[in-house]
Design a protein around this ligand. Sequence first.
Ligand SMILES: [Zn+2]
Ligand SMILES: [Zn+2]
Length: 216
Amino acid sequence: MRFWFIGYYQVLMSQEPKPDCCKVGRTIAAYNLFEFNNELRRRKESGSSLRELAEFMNTRVVERALEDAGVDIVGDPDDIYEKLTDDDVRSSQRKELESKLQQQGVDIEQLQSDFVSHQTMKWHLNDCLDIDTSRAATIDFERERGTIEWSQARCEKVISQSLSRLQQANELQTGSLHITQTVRVTCTDCNRTYKINDLLAERTCECYTDDEAEMR
Ligand SMILES: [Zn+2]
Ligand SMILES: [Zn+2]
């Protein structure tokens, strides 16, 4: 009796979330994405980021929308998704693709509004699939910050020594020199640039917080 009970409990635990659990669940249902929660679990386990998972899902959504509309090939779904969303794509190019798809019966507005963000994907993994997406505990933030500070200080020292050798050799004529070095880092998703200390204080690029307001 006891074993039966444990077995039954496990079946309950592994049940799929309801189709209307959140925007991700509704989109999976609306586009009939087969076994999709299992695919998300599998990809998360093998190291996909939230952003990659959202892109993967949106690409499948594009693929299904094209199939449903019976579109004659206009390109592969990855390409089309990129053209519809990437900021680097010229807007004339995007308009052209949008009207091409529209003519073939794809509801572009609906499609665009069904795309999910990495934040929405995170909610779905955390709340609906019970997957922990917090950062790995083995990375020590303060230790990494220490390494960065050490290498900056070391770099300033090397520059300073070189400059004073040049001064001693009369190759450089100045008063005493003070060196300030600012490392800047750029997020290639949105091209925002930060001073490294500002980014380490914030820990999140603005492009990661922009669409947190997206409807769940
Ligand atoms: Zn969900
Ligand atoms: Zn960014």
